[in-house]
Design a binder for this molecule. Structure first.
Ligand SMILES: [Zn+2]
Length: 448
């Protein structure tokens, strides 16, 4: 499926709209519609279950988006969270030097210095993608953090919209460890918005100015870190498989150039319409984060082992997933147009756990079956998200629910009024069974 088709599908069915659309939009911003927000919430809940609920000694936080600007000095973002940009001297278009090199040569430009990037561009005779000329300006830095001002008087202070959620997990390490009386290894995770002022083309919701991260930091003694790294790498993979992603569409990509403090880093990439793209990263970060915050804040970030009394700075292994990228992956993976012989149907084969609506409730004939259908709808909405639909003929209602991924349709008809049974129609097989209304809550419970 091409990206344009995915964008059109997402808009038509209420998953994703262009941000500020009535004003002509704002580049690289998107709004989640009624189905998009349900799907995203389900992805986030599944992540929470995999990382916070199921890894022992793991806790969630919800840290403020605005943080003391010293946080971003300590983290290195003020000094070096930059995109290396160059301009074509002839047509004056601006590009990211690393992207230019990667797209022209297929080489990994990750972690290359400006000098290395410049000489690689020359060595490979990389030309301007717009005009084909070979002369660029020197590489310049452009900080990716969004700045804003706090306060209204002369003593205004520049603060930043966080470019990642992880720092709120590091700065709360001692708070969480003490309040939860937690022993290492201990995990802290959160889901939240982050902001980056990027110039690169977006590929729909793959790269946006504002995005949502699901980040998990595992704090532990150094000698346990590589085992934890292997565990978290596999866990992210299992999380994607639980979302119904075919493992053949995923690949591990080890980083060849590492930050000076890092011991290992790997991405999981998914085969998106534009090619393989990162959807997860697992990073062995050493003691860099806590050491930096300790030296910039003056507060101890140490841990005392209750048995050996040893005092040390924990090592961190991080697992991060882009919520928007995960949603794009899920839509792309599960959407299909099925040939039914005389007809075709659009179908979104979402696993039950992710489906925005678990069931759609239909009265077969509007006037005759509405009361009973509303009664069934009311009963089921106590435990699952349902849609009620009495518009058009039953065939069209089935098609709409297939297209938005609803696993089951429940139809109330004449026989229902006689024996309290309904027709339950399954999305993927289109097979129908007759079930008692009183059995429905149990039936849906078993799907989850
Ligand atoms: Zn040019």
């Amino acid at each position: 499926m091409k990206m344009e088709e995915l964008v059109r599908y997402a808009k038509t069915y209420g998953f994703i709209f262009q941000g500020s659309e009535i004003y002509g939009g704002l580049a690289n911003t998107w709004d989640y519609g009624p189905l998009g927000v349900e799907l995203k919430n389900n992805i986030k809940q599944l992540w929470w279950r995999f990382f916070i609920q199921q890894i022992p000694n793991s806790y969630g936080v919800d840290a403020a988006i605005l943080m003391n600007p010293k946080v971003w000095v300590a983290s290195g973002h003020v000094a070096s969270f930059n995109d290396p940009l160059i301009d074509c001297k002839y047509c004056h278009n601006r590009f990211r030097a690393d992207t230019l090199l990667e797209e022209a040569t297929g080489k990994d430009a990750d972690g290359l210095s400006h000098e290395e990037l410049s000489s690689a561009l020359k060595e490979h005779h990389v030309a301007c993608p717009k005009c084909g000329k070979l002369e660029f300006t020197p590489i310049r830095q452009f900080n990716l953090m969004f700045e804003t001002q706090r306060g209204v008087t002369e003593d205004k202070q520049t603060i930043y919209l966080r470019p990642e959620t992880a720092q709120g997990e590091y700065t709360n390490f001692v708070n969480v460890q003490r309040s939860m009386r937690a022993k290492l290894p201990m995990g802290i995770g959160q889901i939240g918005k982050a902001f980056r002022n990027e110039i690169t083309p977006g590929n729909f919701i793959f790269r946006t100015l504002e995005f949502e991260q699901m980040e998990y930091q595992y704090f532990l003694p150094e000698d346990q870190a590589m085992d934890a790294y292997a565990m978290l790498k596999q866990r992210a993979f299992d999380f994607f498989v639980a979302m119904g992603i075919d493992p053949a569409h995923l690949q591990f990509h080890d980083h060849t150039k590492l930050a000076h403090y890092a011991k290992a880093a790997v991405d999981i990439q998914y085969l998106y319409p534009m090619g393989y793209g990162e959807v997860n990263g697992t990073h062995h970060r050493g003691t860099f984060d806590l050491t930096q915050h300790e030296s910039h804040s003056g507060e101890s970030m140490n841990y005392r082992d209750p048995i050996t009394n040893e005092v040390f700075t924990p090592t961190v292994v991080e697992s991060t997933v882009g919520a928007d990228r995960a949603l794009l992956m899920v839509l792309h993976e599960h959407y299909a147009v099925e040939d039914l012989g005389e007809d075709t149907r659009e179908v979104l084969r979402l696993p039950y756990v992710l489906a925005p609506f678990k069931a759609a409730i239909f009265p077969l004939i509007k006037k005759h079956h509405t009361d009973k259908a509303l009664e069934v709808y009311q009963t089921l909405t106590a435990s699952i998200r349902c849609e009620y639909d009495d518009t058009g003929n039953i065939g069209k209602r089935y098609r709409r629910q297939d297209a938005i991924g609803t696993p089951f349709c429940v139809t109330i008809d004449e026989q229902t009024l006689l024996d309290q049974t309904v027709t339950v129609r399954e999305r993927d097989t289109m097979s129908q069974t007759r079930q008692l209304i009183s059995d429905l809550p149990g039936f849906f419970q078993r799907q989850a």
